[in-house]
Design a binder for this molecule. Sequence first.
Ligand code: SAH
Length: 290
Amino acid sequence: MDSVHVPVLVDEIIEFFKHIHGVFFDCTVGLGGHAEAILTRIDSSVVVGLDIDDEALDFAKKRLERFIEEGRVKLLKSSYVDATRVLKDLGISQVDAILMDLGVSSMQLEKAERGFSFNRDGPLDMRMNKQQTLTAYDVVNFWDEEALRKIIFEYGEEKRYARRIARFIVRNRPIETTKQLVEVLAKAIPDKYARKRHFATRVFQAIRIAVNNELENLKKFLVQVPTMLKPGGRIAVISFHSLEDRIVKEFFRTCFELKQLTKKPITPREAEIKLNPRARSAKLRVAERV
Ligand code: SAH
């Protein structure tokens, strides 16, 4: 887990946040990388951190121990969909800054048994929240061909071979593991087409988005932002694929209570991508509550 400790676009985020003092609401606290940077680099900051992954929260608790002892951090197991309620329960009416780092943490990717990675053999799981019942196994083995085609086409943005991939999955059932799924995909997707990106990337992305209802959750979260943020407060969102980025972009553009501070999304410098491959497709957008 060597890439675990490296949060994405951290200097850029601190640049947008550094003049803010008060409550930072880290809605995807994950392994606590961004939270740690905020707590160390921004004086008088306090962090409320959410995650739905128990393993991530355990990790973040250890990493942020010294700040927890100082009373500067509160970590809670909750979905960002319930952000407003969480704040209300804490007696906080509005926060000064919101951070969202979407996507998969390096710990989730690196643990084969979580089933997120096509490079590791594990069960078809992909749940961010292990208390959830729907798993990747259910999607792969029980959804009908048309439902599979649709998510591969829409969430995987696999426009060309979605139908063929869905057909191959259905014909090769039962599919138990990530490795078996990769083998089926290798048969379904022509070599030439697959050369550039790993051929399983889009399909794994599609299944993950479906299992965790990621796009709907993001929308449900964003509509809460204007009421959660103090005037002058800022929200920063890091996304990792164009579907998420489009949702964030549209919301920032059309929400009259927010002013965009990033006309174009900010992307990592080459040097960062070299050090941290997870940064490769990251895009940061920031907006301010008017
Ligand atoms: N910024 C973190 C990494 C975050 S990775 C760091 O620096 O360490 C993204 C995290 O979002 C994962 O841990 C994942 O479990 C979490 N997540 C995904 N969906 C969520 C949801 N609906 N509510 C809260 N957290 C969620």
